[in-house]
Design a protein around this ligand. Structure first.
Ligand code: NVA
Length: 366
């Protein structure tokens, strides 16, 4: 019996990781939570169904390549078992036409120390996504006597969980920004809702983005569930679609974070970093003007990198500005082509989930 699961941050030496798979991925039908996420001028508005096979194959080729590169560097890589996502989700509380994918494991699984938590996600189309990871979690449970396998309280995702009419075709970008500033998001406080990718882990401290996919009740749940950790709610008022923290605020090593210059962390929330001599550096501009077709995410996936240790980082190969900045920041950069996977749920960080990193729970903000 060995220790399989351990990870307290996103930068200690990576030894074991899950890399997603794009098989059977669908564009889900609109639902109360997702209509917020699809920008008004996106060709994805109103369409749903299985993604074109050719795009799935291209994404899988890049995911397989990432898995190979990691394996060659001595990292153990596991892969989920995708379901046939093109099936409706029907519960006593709702019905939606299809599921989505299990490609971005970072959204579904949150590792805190020796525990992996299946997140309480707010998209109805992602209701069963954790099932794709169950064979792996079951295996870790069998192999590691200290592994804690948890699930956050399952949300019901009834109509009470969303603000109806929050979404309006005519809503301007300015109005979206006002809503973000006012912390007015599509979810209600009816139940605990969070995506794992809204949680940035820094040892004893969890920085959790309050936005479209994570509500205040989730913050309260984290506080009660982890009394030994400190939970900080963070907001990025410059983001009109605040979903997931990992294209906004990305730690590279102890003491260094890159921050999306369009979404700066407000002054009051910067204090804890500055007081503890952490440097917050503006991330380089993305190399692309537009995300790839049928992509939910912004061009800022440029900063969605996978840190392998305090000196080594994988960055998307076409993101020349980000590659150069990482180099200047003293990181050894491994460029990996990954844009074909973006449309399936995100970049290099999104597409992975930590199982084991060396290191322990440190207090970076004493
Ligand atoms: N909301 C983010 C997703 C990052 C993974 C963005 O598109 O910038």
């Amino acid at each position: 019996m060995t220790k399989i699961v351990n990870s307290w941050n996103d930068f200690d030496p990576l030894k074991h990781v899950i890399v997603g798979r794009a098989d059977h991925s669908c564009v889900p039908p609109e639902e109360p939570a997702t209509s917020e996420k699809v920008p008004i001028d996106s060709p994805m508005r109103g369409m749903w169904g299985p993604r074109p096979l050719e795009t799935v194959e291209k994404a899988n080729a890049q995911l397989d390549n990432l898995a190979r590169i990691l394996t060659e560097r001595g990292v153990r890589v596991d892969r989920p078992e995708p379901l046939q996502w093109n099936q409706p989700v029907i519960t006593p509380d709702f019905r939606t036409g299809s599921m989505m994918t299990c490609m971005p494991p970072r959204d579904t699984l949150l590792t805190i120390g020796n525990e992996i938590i299946e997140a309480a996600m707010s998209f109805r189309c992602r209701y069963w996504e954790y099932l794709a990871f169950r064979p792996l979690l079951s295996q870790y449970f069998n192999e590691d006597p200290e592994f804690l396998w948890s699930q956050a309280p399952r949300p019901r995702l009834s109509d009470k969980s969303y603000k109806h009419n929050y979404y309006d075709e005519k809503i301007s970008l300015e109005e979206r920004l006002v809503r973000t500033a006012n912390k007015d998001f599509v979810t209600t406080e009816e139940e605990i809702l969070f995506d794992a990718a809204d949680v940035m882990r820094l040892g004893k401290d969890l920085f959790i983005q309050h936005g479209l996919t994570t509500n205040r009740k989730a913050m309260e749940w984290f506080k009660r569930r982890y009394p030994e950790l400190r939970v900080h709610a963070v907001n990025f008022p410059g983001d009109p679609y605040p979903i997931h923290i990992d294209a906004t605020f990305v730690p590279l090593r102890p003491g260094l974070i890159i921050n999306n210059p369009h979404r700066p962390l407000p002054k009051a929330q910067r204090e804890i970093f500055e007081k503890n001599d952490w440097q917050i550096v503006e991330a380089a501009m993305p190399a692309h003007k537009e995300p790839p077709p049928l992509c939910y995410s912004s061009v800022w996936l440029s900063m969605n990198c996978l840190v392998l240790d305090h000196k080594t980082v994988i960055v998307e190969a076409s993101e020349v500005n980000q590659l150069e900045q990482m180099d200047k920041l003293g990181m050894n950069v491994i460029p990996v082509h990954f844009r074909d996977a973006y449309a399936f749920g995100g970049g290099l960080h999104c597409s992975t989930a930590d199982v084991y990193r060396e290191g322990s729970c440190l207090d970076y903000f004493p």
